[in-house]
Design a protein around this ligand. Structure first.
Ligand SMILES: [Zn+2]
Length: 374
């Protein structure tokens, strides 16, 4: 069986590889085009070759009234929403009403009157890699051990994972070590800020030590350093005026969910489909995902929205259905935008197969290495 170490760094942009010395000196490094959307989908493509159409979700939240946290109290939601006009009150009551819904997950900035529309749909592979409901590297390769992410404050987990990973190498010749923290540094501080740059530099050093440790235990090996997407600074907030132009949203007209930079719109009344389309078409700060792109990226299901709109790189909706304020850094823009490219780095015998270009190729590459018979 082959010896394979996979080091996964959440949100390591290919664009910033030149900021670190060790990893940048690797001879085999490739920019990778991520899928549309966020980690919850990109991880399915990276570890299972699965596109949104294959897993049945796009994003963490989807339009699904019956499974929504507010369905049973839907009749009083408009009244509660009207009574709680000030934002703090609206969000406070929302918190009280939803605190037992999917504990452990962030509750987005859903208005009280929309609590009967959206439900959580996406599943994070790395939360339970061996029991994910679709086939992945983790179900196929029983020897592939995944270091669990510790229950520590964000920003302090990576150092712990480095030490745990270092110790685990002697016992596991097929091992995945995740580093989840860079993502949060990017969202909170942006990529130019000192905390982000410092963390990037720590990762570079830790990963180099892990590589050396693995190489010394297993002289014959494949080592991959991979990320799921990039990260760019957000330069401008965008106010979404869809309801002012097209009319009030609702279960009987249309429904929309705006993540930081993705907008999904579900048409509930066919008579307003054209107005919605025309509204989205004339917006200057982004683009509608075309039917060809939806085919290419595995987004054809109508459950993902009749329309999917993505902001230009560096912009963010403010407020959005996800957050009241825009983040300082963000990812999830058009997969071909330069700041969105992820990384794939390989150490070992020179890679003899096609170099990877897309996230699904990274899956194929890792699967080939795990399957090698030595
Ligand atoms: Zn993120």
């Amino acid at each position: 069986m082959s010896n394979v170490l996979i080091i996964f760094v959440d949100s390591f942009p290919y664009q910033l590889l030149s900021c670190v010395t060790h990893l940048n000196s690797a001879t085999e490094k490739w920019p990778i085009i991520p899928g549309f959307g966020y980690s919850v989908n990109i991880h399915a493509e990276m570890f299972g070759g699965l596109l949104p159409d294959d897993v049945g979700y796009f994003g963490e939240w989807q339009y699904n009234p019956l499974a929504s946290p507010g369905w049973r109290i839907r009749k009083i939601l408009p009244l509660l929403d009207a009574l709680c006009r000030p934002y703090v009150m609206n969000r406070g009551l929302q918190y009280l009403l939803t605190r037992n819904y999917q504990p452990g997950h962030i509750m987005p900035n859903i208005r009280l009157r929309d609590l009967d529309k959206f439900a959580m749909a996406g599943k994070h592979i790395l939360e339970s890699p061996k029991t994910y409901p679709h086939p992945t590297l983790f179900s196929e390769f029983s020897h592939l051990n995944v270091i669990p992410i510790p229950q520590l404050p964000k920003g302090t987990r990576d150092e712990q994972l480095y030490h745990t990973g270092l110790d685990a190498i002697a016992q596991h010749h097929q091992l995945l070590i995740p580093f989840p923290d860079l993502d949060g540094f990017g969202h909170t501080y942006g990529t130019d800020a000192l905390p982000y740059q410092e963390h990037l530099s720590h990762l570079d050093t830790w990963i180099m030590h892990l590589i050396e440790q693995f190489q010394s235990h297993y002289p014959q090996h494949h080592i991959f350093i991979i990320s799921d997407h990039g990260m760019v600074n957000v330069t401008q907030g965008i106010y979404l005026d869809i309801e002012e132009i097209v009319g009030k949203a609702g279960n009987h007209s249309y429904v929309y969910f705006s993540d930081a930079n993705l907008l999904r719109v579900w048409v509930r009344d066919e008579r307003i489909r054209t107005s919605l389309y025309e509204y989205l078409l004339q917006l200057e700060y982004g683009q509608l995902v075309s039917p060809d792109e939806r085919q290419e990226y595995g987004l054809t299901s109508k459950h993902f929205g009749d329309f999917i709109f993505v902001l230009h790189e560096g912009l963010a909706f403010e407020p959005s259905t996800f957050a009241h304020h825009k983040p300082t850094g963000m990812h999830g823009y058009h997969p071909l935008d330069p700041g969105q490219q992820a990384i794939a780095i390989h150490y070992g015998p020179q890679w003899q197969h096609e170099p990877p270009q897309r996230m699904r190729d990274v899956y194929v590459m890792m699967r080939q290495a795990l399957n090698e018979q030595w």
